[in-house]
Design a protein around this ligand. Structure first.
Ligand code: ARG
Length: 461
């Protein structure tokens, strides 16, 4: 059982079946650079506590640097016999530095506190990368809103025409959830910046190594408060997986609208050729595959989160090997978004809006009926009656195939004496939109204001 981290009390090596089940190098090898960063920090803590002397520390750091370069170049890889990235790297370190020096590094640490730290380092790095990609998407949405300050569209509830809104207002409604996701990542990173290194297997170390030194070497805020919690908990991983799922769900809702808008029936958008696909049999097809993949991958992101939570739910404290199952789902969520976001951003940035078609549909479906009711309220009609009068007007127009502004003054009066020709003044899409000028409303001044706020919030991240 040579080369194993734990062979001495065993009579032989693990059975091949166990070794195959146990092995994690095919996915945890991507933590190699973080493992080496942990080792460098740990070596410094060992030296500070007197366990490596003045010439041993530089030799250790040189060996770790050589190991890092060999991992980087692909010269060193994990072997069949390596259980995990920690063991594989230690084996190579001993080969480079010799058993005497190489064998000193493991003092005062356990794979349990190592892995709990490394996953945080990995997630913090990828959290930054994903934040960067999200900012680019928010910028692309904001640029589309900025490019269409006056375009109008039918606003919908229940997918039915409800009230007309500005296209820019609707687009920004897809940007704000992503801004909150960015803020979630920022808030999460505070919790993720605790360093489990020094917690040992679960109970801490007796060697008086300085965990604050290790934390600061790793760019983390400080040591974890409780060594049992630090090695046993993965809520930081689950929270990250949640945020990535939330991003996926937010993209999916936008994607669903783009898919609808791209249909012949809606005809609101044209997708750029570079961001849509054709059919192998139907030459006329131009398919919104990026949006559909976004919608599909949201399911995958949710699955990764659910799987991880299910893994955690019954675990007693402290470390259990089940915790090794935290990595693949969250690695998958990271890769999924790192590939999806740039494509999604490209699709959004190159969308062309058929603003004429949107403007034509904006007043249809009696979407100005609320404006009739609110006009009556301004004439001091109680809202309950105003709602009934405008409802009666809608019914009348529906029967006669008219729009709300089309009945004659006599026909208005027959519905209710308080309904006069004066109401036609508010029966325009532009009038309806600019009258909704409360905070967060669809009036152009308000939308311009929220676009500025959005930019501000992104800058403050
Ligand atoms: N590979 C493990 C993980 O990913 C860390 C090793 C801890 N193993 C152990 N037997 N204590 O969680």
């Amino acid at each position: 059982n040579e080369g194993s981290l734990w062979g001495a009390r065993f009579s032989g090596g693990p059975s091949p079946e166990l070794a195959r089940l146990s092995r994690s190098t095919h996915f945890d090898w991507q933590l190699a650079s973080y493992d080496l960063a942990g080792s460098r920090a740990h070596a410094k803590a060992l030296a500070a506590a007197g366990y490596l002397d003045a010439d041993e520390l530089p030799r250790m750091l040189d060996a770790l640097a050589a190991l890092g370069a060999a991992v980087e170049s692909g010269e060193i890889i994990a072997e069949e016999s390596d259980e995990d990235v920690h063991g594989a790297l230690e084996r190579h370190l001993i080969a480079i530095a010799g058993p005497e020096l190489g064998g000193k590094l493991r003092a005062g640490r356990s794979r349990n506190d190592q892995i709990a730290t490394l996953i945080r380092l990995y997630l913090l790095d990828h959290g930054r990368a994903i934040s960067h990609l999200l900012v680019q998407l928010v910028d692309a949405i904001a640029a589309q809103a900025d490019a269409h300050p006056a375009a109008v569209m039918p606003g919908r509830t229940h997918l039915q025409h409800a009230q007309p809104v500005l296209l820019a207002h609707h687009l920004l409604a897809h940007a704000w959830p992503l801004v909150r996701d960015l803020e979630r990542l920022r808030d999460w990173s505070v919790r993720a910046s605790a360093s489990p290194y020094g917690s040992g297997a679960l109970a801490g170390s007796s060697l008086r190594l300085d965990p604050a030194l290790v934390a600061s070497e790793l760019g983390l805020a400080g040591p974890s408060e409780n060594s049992i919690d630090a090695t046993a908990s993965r809520d930081v991983v689950a929270e990250f997986a949640f945020i990535l799922s939330m991003v996926g769900v937010n993209l999916s809702r936008f994607a669903e609208e783009i898919i609808l808008w791209n249909t012949r029936e809606f005809d609101f958008v044209t997708l750029d050729d570079g961001y849509s696909t054709g059919s192998s049999i139907m030459p006329q097809k131009k398919n919104p595959d990026i949006a559909e993949l976004a919608r599909g991958k949201a399911g995958r992101l949710i699955g990764n989160l659910s799987g991880l939570l299910a893994t955690l739910k019954g675990l007693p404290l402290a470390y259990n090997r089940d915790l090794q199952e935290d990595k693949e789902p969250v690695f998958d969520s990271v890769v999924t978004l790192e590939v999806l976001l740039p494509a999604f951003t490209g699709m959004v940035a190159t969308l062309r809006f058929n603003t004429e078609r949107m403007a034509e549909l904006a007043p249809q479906g009696f979407s100005l009926a609320t404006d009739v009711a609110e006009w009556l309220v301004k004439q001091r009609v109680p809202f309950r009656e105003a709602h009934e009068i405008s409802g009666a007007l809608v019914a009348f127009c529906e029967r006669h195939g008219m729009e709300l502004h089309e009945p004659s003054d006599e026909e208005y009066a027959a519905i209710d004496a308080r309904l006069t020709g004066g109401v036609r003044a508010v029966l325009s899409v532009e009038g309806a939109i600019s009258s909704r000028d409360g905070v967060g409303g669809t009036a152009p001044v308000r939308v311009a204001e929220q676009l500025a706020q959005l930019t501000e919030r992104i800058r403050a991240l």
